[in-house]
Design a protein around this ligand. Sequence first.
Ligand SMILES: O=CC(=O)O
Length: 328
Amino acid sequence: MQSVGKLMKVFVTRRIPQEGMKILSAAGVCEVCLWDSDEPVPRSELLKGVQGAHGLLCLLSDKIDVEVLDAAGPNLKVISTLSVGFDHMALDEIKKRGIRVGYTPDVLTDATAELTVALLLATARRLPEGVEEVKNGGWSSWKPLWLCGYGLSGSTVGVIGLGRIGMAIARRLMPFGVKRLLYAGRRVKPEAAELNGEFVPLDTLVSESDFIVVSCSLTPETQGMCDKAFFSNMKNTAVFVNSSRGAVVNQEDLYEALKSGQIAAAGLDVTTPEPLPTNHPLLTLKNCVVLPHIGSATYSTRGIMSALTARNLLGGLQGTDMPSELTF
Ligand SMILES: O=CC(=O)O
């Protein structure tokens, strides 16, 4: 038990929006050690910073493995991540040590769905190519066959992983005149009925969709799921969009599929690694639009995520309810 008057140590691995920092300082229960930078904490500093910490506030880019847990030591009661994803944390080890975990579901659903729709449209209608042509003088006249892409009207959209975010994406896409919504995943989702969503085997979704949106979590089952066989099964006119985790995709296979014309285009908000090296082959392709993992990046969403992450941390420190505790 923490002795009265003694503050608990919290390590925060990056500058976060002030909403969260204010909540932590106002609570008066913890002393915050902040890696005061917008850039990732070097591993050695992370290992030093967590020593003796009671709480760890981390980001999806921090790998929280046995080494970090060992470095933190037995004081650590709670890890609160500023993300909905939790594949960066060694949950089995965390569980063994009885450490609670907080995360940020729901609050980023709208922002992420919106970004995914923007990415899909930008990719399908070739917006980055068009913008580039305007700047580099390639726009010589209005041309009937120039910069044509694919539209959603009358199309079949397949969502892999119709969870909170997948459903929010589907709800936003349907008003564009989508004819059929297919989804694949672990189980039937009753909420899909409102959109006449059809639960189908992954193979069917892949072969019948004009747009494939990946919105599932990264798990051992989904790791590398979008591979050569997957892309070979897609229509040549189909567009692939991923805003979940980069590791769901085999990027070499995606490159081949895009280069050879096996598929029409891809929009990625997530890659492996992140950042994607600037000399990566995917970046040489006009039909591949890559964004720097900005799904939840609106000012308001990031502020709300920061506040929720702080509240989760405080709940864990004080042994009370956490607003969004991960059950695992
Ligand atoms: O990818 C974003 C998140 O997990 O919050």
